[in-house]
Design a protein around this ligand. Structure first.
Ligand SMILES: Cc1cc2nc3c(=O)[nH]c(=O)nc-3n(C[C@H](O)[C@H](O)[C@H](O)COP(=O)(O)O)c2cc1C
Length: 205
């Protein structure tokens, strides 16, 4: 089967791409409005951007032609927290995507506790295994719907005790949430460990 994207609608392409790029991790982002309302929403167009400096990025689309609360707050405040939930938080992650009015604080509605961050004003979620305090680094707009790729520099890593040793996160212990196409999620399956590529003995190339 071949599909030429030129004949697809924007929503068809969204469906296709969100089925192709799987599984995706979820950035569960807390932001703060200029009036101090703490917002929370999940973003699975989420990736690692660079290590020097440490940076992560998320793609945020428009909603009805307007910026989503998260993008608006990040642009206004220049900071945000990327929280990483675990599989016990799947339902809360999903529910935090409901389009609440900007005056509503999702952590409050969902009964999720927040705690102050160390470096930025935006609080982080208290009970998640990982939170990354981020400062907005760059916003790049793509395409007609005006999707924004927002890259942020990590100013502080918060990692639950016991989850990280020698700077390596134990994925089995983290139990991350995997996002698939549609309203579908998965848990981590079998982990297959290989030799480090540098240690693999190769023949002539
Ligand atoms: C698991 C999950 C992942 C999502 N990923 C994205 C994403 O990468 N980009 C995006 O624009 N919206 C994404 N959404 C939709 C937003 O979370 C949703 O539009 C939310 O209402 C935005 O909230 P806000 O207006 O408070 O920022 C996702 C929703 C779910 C449930």
């Amino acid at each position: 089967m071949k599909i030429n994207p030129d004949i697809l609608t924007t929503s068809d392409i969204y469906k296709l791409l969100t089925g192709v790029v799987v599984p995706r991790p979820i950035a569960w982002v807390t932001t703060m409005s200029p009036t101090g309302i703490v917002n929370l929403a999940p973003f699975s167009a989420f990736t690692f951007v660079s290590s020097a400096p440490p940076m992560v990025g998320i793609n945020i689309g428009l909603r009805g032609g307007d910026l989503k609360d998260t993008a608006r707050n990040i642009e206004a405040m220049g900071e945000y927290v990327v929280n990483i939930g675990d599989e016990t938080m799947m339902e809360a992650v999903h529910r935090s995507a409901i389009d609440y009015h900007p005056s509503i604080s999702e952590p409050e509605i969902l009964g999720l506790k927040t705690v102050p961050s160390d470096v930025i004003r935006t609080p982080r979620l208290r009970d998640v295994p990982i939170s990354l305090e981020c400062r907005l680094s760059r916003t790049v707009e793509f395409g007609e719907p005006g999707t924004r790729f927002i890259a942020g520099q990590i100013l502080m890593f918060h990692i639950r005790d016991g989850l990280c040793s020698d700077n390596k996160i134990d994925a089995r212990m983290l139990r991350p949430i995997c996002r698939l196409g549609g309203p579908n999620y998965a848990r981590l399956g079998e982990i297959v460990s290989m030799q480090h590529v540098g240690d693999v003995v190769t023949g002539p190339r």
